[in-house]
Design a protein around this ligand. Structure first.
Ligand SMILES: *[C@@H]1O[C@H](CO)[C@@H](O)[C@H](O)[C@H]1NC(C)=O
Ligand SMILES: *[C@@H]1O[C@H](CO)[C@@H](O)[C@H](O)[C@H]1NC(C)=O
Length: 258
């Protein structure tokens, strides 16, 4: 009797375990995902930004961006992007690392003030050479370039001249810069990002002044009030970024997309 009930208890237990097994396996298999669990067209990659990766800030005709100014104002405690990852000189080694890692794509940003020193006017041939070399190195190694046109580091010259994104002049200067990028690199670059994180540019740069160009007004300043107006500038900035974005997209669609 006793062994019979024990047997049926065991049977019931096994059944329960069996039924539990499936959902339990699903829950526990989180760390068992492999590349095959993703859609076939899912792209694996990594990303950097120009100021954090390139270094070589004073080389070959590059002029400062608002991030150079910020980093050298002492707000980053001796840290700056003067050398950074030295990608400007070491891009071939980095592409090799990407291949070894098995990356399919690499997202990087172009330094506006390297390609067009001072933000507008003549193109810097040395910068063209660098970005062409980088793009070609990626492509010959089977890695898709994904390019961000502006990742926070707009030219200091445009900040000095008219206040950067608070001015509608940024729309035409950004569109001209985008035009140069599409024209020079668009035969090989198929994926473009216009302006990285407009929300952070507005909040950090024009409301709280925690990132360049450090505009704010009391009581919104996190550290010190330098100049600006936290009530109006963040909205102007996002407005102009959205217009610059749509202007660049319209240009791309009408002039470059076949
Ligand atoms: C804000 O002030 C704190 C304290 O002085 C300092 O550690 C921090 O770096 C400053 N941050 C910025 C973005 O200025
Ligand atoms: C910000 O701009 C608004 C609208 O022009 C104005 O009323 C306000 O006084 C300004 N604030 C500062 C701190 O300048």
């Amino acid at each position: 009797m006793e062994s019979k009930s024990k047997a049926s208890f065991n049977l019931a237990l096994n059944l329960i375990l069996l039924l539990l097994n499936l959902p339990l396996r699903v829950v526990l298999s989180v760390d068992e995902y492999s590349i095959n669990d993703f859609p076939l067209d899912f792209v694996f990659g990594s990303g950097t930004t120009a100021y954090q990766w390139e270094g070589a800030v004073n080389e070959d005709g590059r002029t400062p961006s608002v991030w150079d100014t910020f980093a050298h104002d002492g707000d980053m405690h001796e840290e700056n992007g003067d050398v950074a990852c030295d990608g400007y000189h070491k891009y071939k080694e980095d592409v090799k690392l990407m291949v070894e890692t098995g990356l399919e794509a690499y997202r990087f940003s172009i330094s506006w003030s390297r390609l067009i020193p001072n933000g507008r006017g003549p193109i810097n041939p040395k910068a063209l050479e660098f970005y062409n070399n980088l793009i070609n190195e990626l492509i010959s190694n089977g890695i898709q370039p994904h390019v961000t046109l502006n990742n926070f580091d707009f030219p200091q010259a445009l900040e000095d001249e008219y206040g950067g994104w608070i001015s509608p002049q940024m729309i035409s200067d950004f569109t001209n810069y985008a035009d140069v990028c599409f024209r020079e690199f668009g035969d090989r670059v198929l994926y473009w990002i216009t302006v990285n994180e407009p929300n952070m540019i507005a909040l950090g740069g024009y409301d709280q002044a925690i990132v360049p160009p450090q505009h704010c007004s009391p009581p919104f300043c996190v550290n010190k009030s330098i100049r600006g107006n936290s009530t109006t500038e963040p909205y102007l900035v996002v407005h102009h970024i959205l217009l610059a974005h749509s202007s660049a997209v319209r240009l791309y669609r009408t002039k470059y997309k076949v």
